[in-house]
Design a protein around this ligand. Structure first.
Ligand SMILES: N[C@@H](CCC(=O)N[C@@H](CS)C(=O)NCC(=O)O)C(=O)O
Length: 215
């Protein structure tokens, strides 16, 4: 049995739940972190000594670090759309996971979502928010150019590449922030919004996080 640990408002947990449902996996969800707490318990630290969510247990196998979990689920349970047949094809998906982790998420989730939305207004660093917004403009425009060639990041069908960057879109488009014209991303976002798994796990109200730095 697969168990997925982590509160539903965590964007990293959302990626894992979204993928699990795209793969039609049977799993138990265990809320943890945030208001649910429990990350410092001995039971949880035995799973992830970092005390962070998400974590999965798949039989005897425990995996932490979101993108390692995504790769594990795709390798262990994925179909051809999520587990590519050659190293070169797999690298096309992998690069978007790493790009999202090292470029897009620090700019959007770190700089804008954390700096603008989660940080109380009287503590805003306006210059830093402006820099993050400018960085997001550049990165989302780059993504938009890539999406001119295919409906999904990895090609004709949804794949692993779409999960991390796609998981940023709901909050990116819901926040009251300036955005450049992104016609290809908007079309991609519509395709994602049509998917029940995306609706269920990513398109979730996030007001509980407003002005909240606690977790
Ligand atoms: N590099 C880790 C980061 C994990 C992380 O920071 N998770 C956050 C939620 S997104 C967390 O555990 N926060 C504490 C909490 O929710 O209480 C990963 O990608 O899994």
């Amino acid at each position: 049995m697969l168990t997925i640990w982590g509160r539903r408002s965590s964007y990293n947990v959302q990626k894992v739940l979204w993928l699990a449902d795209e793969l039609a996996l049977d799993y138990v969800h265990r809320p943890a972190g945030g208001e649910d707490g429990g990350l410092e318990s001995a039971e949880f630290l035995a799973l992830n000594p970092n005390g962070r969510i998400p974590v999965i247990q798949d039989g005897e196998t425990v995996v932490w670090e979101t993108h390692s979990i995504l790769r594990y689920l795709a390798a262990a349970h994925g179909n051809d759309d999520f587990r590519r047949k050659t190293p070169a094809a797999q690298s096309e998906a992998d690069r978007w996971l790493d790009w999202s982790l090292s470029e897009l998420e620090p700019a959007f989730f770190g700089g804008v979502f954390w700096g603008f939305y989660r940080t109380p207004g009287d503590q805003h660093d306006d210059a830093a928010i402006e820099r993050s917004l400018a960085r997001c403009d550049r990165l989302y425009r780059r993504l938009d150019s890539h999406l001119a060639d295919a409906p999904f990041l990895g090609g004709e069908r949804l794949g692993l590449a779409d999960i991390p960057a796609g998981a940023t879109l709901y909050r990116y488009f819901e926040l009251e922030i300036p955005r450049p014209p992104l016609p290809n991303i908007e079309a991609w976002y519509q395709r994602l919004q049509a998917r029940p798994a995306y609706q269920r796990h990513v398109m979730r109200p996030f007001g509980e996080l407003y002005g909240r730095l606690a977790y």
